[in-house]
Design a protein around this ligand. Structure first.
Ligand SMILES: [Zn+2]
Ligand SMILES: [Zn+2]
Length: 181
C-alpha cells in the first residue's frame, strides 16, 4: 500500500501527498486551490472541504478524488457526482442569452452561467460579475442559499425551496431575442 494511503486523517494526507509529489502549496493554484486555502486545509482549519475542492485537489495531486478520500474521515460524506458550483447571470436582456440562443438554436435560451472559481495564470478568483453585461452573478438561491440548479431554460424558481430566483422572461424579451437571430 502506498505510504499516503495509510494516512487516515484527510488534512495530513493532503500534506503528505503534496510533499511526496515535491509540490509547493502554490503549485495547486492552476487547479483552483489558493495557497492560503491549502495552508488552512493542511493544518486542519478547514475540516469539511467542498466536493468541488476535493476534486480540484485530486486533480492537482495526480490521484482520483475517490482515492484521495478513501480511508479518511471524508470517505462517507464525499460524492464526486455533486455538481460544481456555478454562478448565474440574472439579467433577462444579457447579450449572452442571445449568443446561447444562436448556439443552441433554442427559442428560449439557457441562462448564462459560469464556474464560480476561475483560474487565470497563477491567480484564482471568484466570478462575481457577468462578463457579458456586468450584472452581479447569482451564486446561490436568495431564499435557501443552496447552489442554483437549472433544468429548463424557462425555469425561474429554485428546485429546492420553490422560491423565485429569476424574473420571468417577458414576451417582448423573448421576441427581441428572436429578432436578433
Ligand atoms: Zn449577463
Ligand atoms: Zn431555494
Amino acid at each position: 500500500m502506498l505510504e499516503w494511503k495509510k494516512e487516515p486523517i484527510f488534512c495530513k494526507r493532503i500534506r503528505l501527498l503534496r510533499e511526496l509529489r515535491g509540490l509547493t502549496q502554490r503549485a495547486l493554484i492552476p487547479v483552483g486551490i489558493k495557497q492560503s486555502y491549502l495552508a488552512n486545509l493542511e493544518t486542519g482549519k478547514i475540516p469539511n472541504p467542498s466536493p468541488e475542492m476535493i476534486v480540484n485537489l485530486a486533480k492537482g495531486l495526480g490521484v482520483t478524488a475517490e482515492d484521495l478520500v478513501s480511508g479518511t474521515e471524508l470517505e462517507h460524506t464525499f460524492t464526486a457526482t455533486e455538481l460544481p458550483v456555478r454562478a448565474y447571470c440574472p439579467n433577462n436582456v444579457c447579450p449572452k442569452l442571445r449568443l446561447n440562443q444562436i448556439d443552441t438554436g433554442m427559442l428560449i435560451p439557457y441562462r448564462f452561467s459560469i464556474e464560480r472559481s476561475q483560474a487565470s495564470k497563477d491567480k484564482v478568483y471568484e466570478a462575481k460579475f457577468c462578463p457579458y453585461c456586468g450584472k452581479k452573478l447569482l451564486i446561490a438561491c436568495p431564499s435557501c442559499k443552496e447552489p442554483i440548479l437549472i433544468e429548463d431554460p424557462q425555469q425561474i424558481h429554485c428546485m429546492l425551496c420553490g422560491k423565485r430566483i429569476f424574473e420571468k422572461l417577458t414576451e417582448e424579451q423573448i421576441k427581441s431575442v428572436k429578432g436578433q437571430i
